[in-house]
Design a protein around this ligand. Structure first.
Ligand code: ATP
Length: 513
C-alpha cells in the first residue's frame, strides 16, 4: 500500500512538473476536485478523445456524432430519474467530521481482502516457480477461497441493501466489518443518508422569472432528447449509434483521488439504438469492442478486468464496468450498460412527444432499446498517464524517469535537437521542425547538454529525439533515438516523416483492435 501511495504521489507531481495537470485556481489555494489541463495535458487529452472518436464514429458507418448543450430543459432530469435517484449514500465520521461514500468504504474494505489474495498468489508463485498455475491456485487454495467468499458475500449484501434503499443495513455492515475512518481510525459513524449529486444553477435575469436548471451530470441525456432529430435528418436505420464527448458535473461527496473523481469532468459516451430483444447480443458486442479498444493501446492486458454489476441502476437490465489497475488498485474506468427503453419512454412521457422508430421491414413503430458505452476522459487520461510513468534503473546505477505514453497519444511526437548551438546546426534543426510540423506536433530544444535534453523528452513522453550534428552538414542524415529502447539510428532527413508516421499513426494502432 505504501508503495502504491508513493507511486501515486509521484504521478501527481510529475503531472504538474511537466505541464500536464494543474490544480484549478491554484493561486487562490485551489478548488477541491477541480483541475486544469496544461500545455502538454491538453494535447494528451485531445489525442485520447480523438482516438476514441475515430474508433467509435469514423470507423463505424452507423454511428454519428453530436454536441449537445450542457444546459438542458429541467424536465430532462425529472424524466431521466436524476432528480429523484441520482444520489450517493454518504456517511460522516463524528470525530474527524470527514464525509465518505458509504459504499466506497465497504468496497475499499474488500480491496484490502483482495490485496491479501494477491499476496498469497505471490507467495505461492515464489514457492512453486515455473510450474505455478495461478488459475488453479485461485480456484483451490482454501485460504484464497475463504477470502473470495468473504468479498462476494459483503458485496452481495451491499448491493442488495443499496438496491432496496436499506441504508440502515449499509450502516450495520460498516459497523459489523469494523470499518474505521481511513484518516483517523475512528469508528464513530453517523447514519447513512442519501445526497443528490447534481449542481443547481439559474437561467434568466430577474429573480422572479429565473428558471432553476442543473448542470448536466452526464452527456447521455443530450443524446436521448435528440434521438428522433438525428434519426430523421440522418435517415438512420436501426441499429445505429450517437456519440458525444463533453463536460459533465457532479457534486461528488469524496473527491480525493486527483483526476479520478472530479466535480467537473469530461465524458465520452455512445448510445446505440437497437431493436428490442437484441440487447443481449449487442451487450456482448460492445463489451468486446470496448475492451479491444483499451487493449490496442498496449497498457498491459493484465491491467484490465470486467466487473459485472450486482446492483443494477434503475434504467438497466445488464451492466458491466471495465476496471483498470490504477495506482490505488482496480477501479471503474468505463461502464457498459444495457439501458432498455427506459430513457426514450421516460422522455416520451414527460414531453408528450413520440420518440419511436418506424421499422419498415416489420411495418410497425416501436421504442428502440439502448446500449450505452460511457467512459470518463479524465479517468482514461489518468489510466494512460499513471501506467506510462516509470522510474527505470539503468545499468550505470542511475535512474531514468520515462513516460512511456503510447506514441499515438503522446503530446509531442518528436523533439529536434541541434547538438550544439552554432555552426548552422540550429538552422537545420529548425528546418526539420518546420517541415515535420505539417504532420505532427514537434518540439525544438537547444538548451543544455544533449543527454539532459534526452532525459527531459523521456520524462515528457516524446517517442523520438532527432539530433542534428556536424555530420548532418555532410550527409543530410540525423540520429533518431527511440524513447523506450534508447536505441539510436542514423537516418536520412527525408525519411523522418515516414519513420515517425509508422509509429504514431492512429490507423496502425487501431488496427490492433
Ligand atoms: P463511480 O462509481 O466511479 O462514481 P459511476 O458509475 O457513477 O462512477 P457513470 O455514471 O457510469 O459512473 O459514468 C461513466 C464514466 O464516467 C465512469 O466510468 C467514469 O469513467 C466517468 N466518471 C464518472 N464520474 C466521474 C467523476 N466524478 N470524475 C471523473 N470521471 C467520472
Amino acid at each position: 500500500m505504501a508503495n502504491q501511495d508513493d507511486k501515486f504521489k509521484k504521478v501527481i507531481s510529475h503531472a504538474k512538473e511537466y505541464g500536464y495537470v494543474f490544480q484549478s485556481s491554484e493561486i487562490y489555494d485551489g478548488l477541491s476536485a477541480v483541475y486544469d489541463y496544461a500545455q502538454n495535458g491538453v494535447e494528451l487529452k485531445k489525442n485520447i478523445r480523438d482516438y476514441w472518436w475515430r474508433a467509435m464514429v469514423q470507423m463505424n458507418d452507423n454511428i454519428v456524432g453530436l454536441d449537445a448543450a450542457i444546459f438542458m430543459h429541467p424536465t430532462t432530469w425529472k424524466a431521466s430519474g436524476h432528480v429523484d435517484a441520482f444520489n450517493d449514500p454518504l456517511i460522516d465520521n463524528k470525530d474527524s467530521k470527514k464525509r465518505y461514500r458509504a459504499d466506497v468504504l465497504v468496497e475499499d474494505y474488500c480491496l484490502k481482502i483482495e490485496a491479501k489474495i494477491e499476496k498469497e498468489v505471490k507467495k505461492a508463485q515464489k514457492r512453486f516457480g515455473e510450474t505455478f498455475d495461478k488459475a488453479e491456485f485461485i480456484s483451490t487454495n482454501p485460504r484464497v477461497l475463504g477470502y473470495q467468499e468473504k468479498i462476494d458475500s459483503i458485496l452481495s449484501r451491499l448491493g442488495k441493501s443499496l438496491e432496496s434503499e436499506d441504508l440502515a443495513d449499509v450502516k450495520s455492515l460498516i459497523e459489523e466489518l469494523q470499518i474505521v475512518d481511513p484518516l483517523t481510525g475512528s469508528k464513530n459513524w453517523t447514519d447513512v443518508k442519501q445526497f443528490n449529486l447534481m449542481f443547481g444553477t439559474k437561467l434568466g435575469a430577474s429573480a422572479e422569472s429565473a428558471m432553476d436548471l442543473h448542470l448536466r451530470p452526464e452527456t447521455a441525456q443530450g443524446i436521448f432528447v435528440n434521438f428522433l432529430n438525428v434519426q430523421k435528418t440522418g435517415r438512420m436505420k436501426l441499429p445505429f449509434g450517437i456519440a458525444q464527448t463533453g463536460k459533465a458535473f457532479r457534486n461528488e461527496i469524496v473527491a480525493r483521488q486527483f483526476i479520478f473523481r472530479m466535480r467537473e469532468f469530461e465524458q465520452m459516451e455512445m448510445q446505440f439504438f437497437i431493436k428490442p430483444g437484441t440487447q443481449g447480443e449487442w451487450f456482448k458486442h460492445w463489451k468486446d469492442a470496448r475492451m479491444k479498444w483499451h487493449l490496442s493501446l498496449g497498457l498491459g492486458n493484465e491491467n484490465y478486468r470486467f466487473h459485472d454489476h450486482e446492483k443494477l441502476a434503475h434504467y438497466a437490465d445488464a451492466a458491466t464496468d471495465i476496471e483498470f489497475r490504477f495506482p490505488f488498485g482496480f477501479k471503474e474506468l468505463e461502464g457498459i450498460h444495457s439501458r432498455t427503453d427506459f430513457d426514450l419512454k421516460a422522455h416520451e412521457e414527460h414531453s408528450g412527444k413520440k420518440l419511436q422508430y418506424f421499422d419498415h421491414a416489420e411495418n410497425k413503430s416501436y421504442t428502440p432499446y439502448v446500449l450505452e458505452t460511457s467512459i470518463g476522459l479524465d479517468r482514461m487520461f489518468l489510466a494512460v498517464f499513471s501506467n506510462s510513468f516509470v522510474e527505470e534503473e539503468l545499468e550505470n546505477n542511475t535512474t531514468r524517469t520515462v513516460l512511456r505514453l503510447p506514441a499515438v497519444l503522446a503530446p509531442f511526437k518528436a523533439a529536434v535537437l541541434p547538438l550544439v548551438k552554432k555552426d548552422g546546426l540550429p538552422e537545420i534543426a529548425k528546418q526539420i521542425v518546420d517541415d515535420l510540423k505539417w504532420d505532427f506536433n514537434v518540439a525544438y530544444d537547444e538548451k543544455d547538454a544533449v543527454g539532459r535534453r534526452y532525459r527531459r523528452q523521456d520524462a515528457n513522453g516524446t517517442p523520438f529525439c532527432i539530433t542534428v550534428d556536424h555530420d548532418t552538414l555532410e550527409d543530410n542524415a540525423v540520429t533518431i533515438r527511440h524513447r523506450d529502447t534508447m536505441e539510436q539510428k542514423r537516418v536520412k532527413i527525408e525519411d523522418l516523416r515516414e519513420i515517425i508516421k509508422k509509429e504514431v499513426d492512429v490507423r496502425s494502432w487501431l488496427m490492433k483492435m
